[in-house]
Write a protein that binds this ligand. Structure first.
Ligand code: HEC
Ligand code: HEC
Length: 316
């Protein structure tokens, strides 16, 4: 072999290697994207399993909470969705409490994760983190957070079918119906309260921001579009919307009361005492029950009077 030939071969090899590297770099970002999706799927699936074993009894088979007659809040809601490109496993929220006024995706993640870690003081939502006396590791809490913020209720449904068949469980007996055996979370490790939860529960469906999405109109039709509000307000919301976001979780969307929570109906026909009595109930809450003091939650007297007016004198 002469030198020229050798050089040609070496050059050819070099170009070959460079070419491979170049191709690899080009496909790297789409490969990373695919891997991230794959990882989210796997974690959402693990989250779904954890949900079935730990959360279903209070939040319902479909995650609809009080809408299924369950004790817990509604978790299956577009308000908690984080769209793919922003939803990476293990990515830490940028702030613990976030901007409560207009929550973005990091704030939603912080809200969901923090509620899982710490529970919610004064309610039946327990702390789950091992750090606060719960039974789940931080990894498991991240997996649940991914399941909830990617809205993978299809995986929960699959897991429920499997679980109930393997364990011979009757799905009708899974939901807790008697609150007397439940403990009220007392420790406060800096978690969100009911009023802070409002902005998250009422956050608009993030899919509405997708301009030119072909499903845009159907998604829009589903969403509750709030017009310019008139009439009595509470915390920046018309009183009926405040009720739906803050009280319905315990008193029901139709205000009939929820047996499994031990709450009472909030309808004119049931509220037969004078207005002051119900105002006092809102101001102080009811000791020994999960009915919180709404003064302690930050409502003004005027806002509480608006609520008394609403529950006592308007039909749903
Ligand atoms: C013993 C019943 C119970 C169990 C078990 C339970 N929760 Fe909850 N959870 C609640 C209640 C009640 C609330 C609503 C608290 C309130 O009124 O603010 C809640 C609230 C939440 C919230 C906040 C939602 C919002 O709109 O404020 C999240 C997220 C949540 N739970 C997730 C979970 C997950 C995930 C599990 C399983 C690991 C779980 N919960 C297990 C009772 C429960
Ligand atoms: C975390 C659950 C929870 C939330 C949230 C909640 N309540 Fe209650 N509420 C209860 C329970 C439980 C009772 C029953 C207490 C008892 O046994 O005396 C109750 C009782 C009441 C009563 C007394 C009714 C009567 O006939 O004596 C009023 C009024 C009331 N709630 C209004 C509200 C309003 C308005 C909101 C929203 C701003 C709200 N509650 C949010 C759990 C809740």
């Amino acid at each position: 072999m002469n030198t020229t030939k050798q050089i040609t071969i070496i050059l050819a090899l070099l170009f070959g290697i460079m070419g491979t590297c170049f191709g690899y770099t080009v496909s790297e970002s789409s490969r990373q994207q695919k891997e991230a999706e794959h990882l989210n799927d796997r974690n959402a699936w693990r989250g779904a399993k954890i949900y079935v074993n730990n959360c279903r009894s209070c939040h319902g088979h479909q995650g609809l909470g009080s809408e299924e007659g369950a004790v817990g809040a509604k978790l299956n809601t577009p308000a908690f969705l984080i769209l793919e490109e922003d939803n990476k496993y293990g990515a830490e929220p940028t702030s613990k409490f976030g901007s409560v006024d207009s929550p973005g995706y990091t704030d939603i993640k912080a809200f969901v994760k923090n509620t899982l870690l710490c529970g919610r003081a004064g309610t039946y939502m327990p702390a789950w983190s091992e750090k606060y006396g719960g039974t789940l590791s931080e990894t498991q809490i991240d997996q649940l957070t991914i399941m909830l913020t990617t809205g993978r209720w299809d995986l929960v449904e699959e897991e429920i079918e499997k679980h109930d068949e393997e364990n011979n469980t009757n799905p009708d007996e899974v939901l807790l119906t008697d609150p007397s055996g439940l403990a009220i979370t007392s420790e406060n490790c800096g978690q969100y309260n009911a009023v802070q939860a409002l902005k998250f529960r009422t956050r608009p469906d993030p899919r509405l921001n997708l301009i030119g999405d072909e499903n845009e109109t159907s998604v829009k039709d589903e969403a509750i579009v709030s017009n310019v509000p008139t009439g009595p307000m509470v915390k920046g919301l018309p009183v009926d919307q405040f009720y739906a976001a803050a009280c319905a979780v315990c008193h029901g969307v139709d205000r009939q009361g929820i047996e499994s929570v031990g709450s009472l109906p909030l309808l004119p026909s049931y509220l037969t005492k004078d207005d002051d009595f119900y105002f006092e109930t809102l101001v102080n809450g009811r000791a020994g029950t999960v009915m919180p003091s709404w003064r302690a939650q930050g409502l003004s007297d005027e806002e509480m009077w608006n609520l008394v007016e609403f529950i006592k004198y308007t039909e749903p």
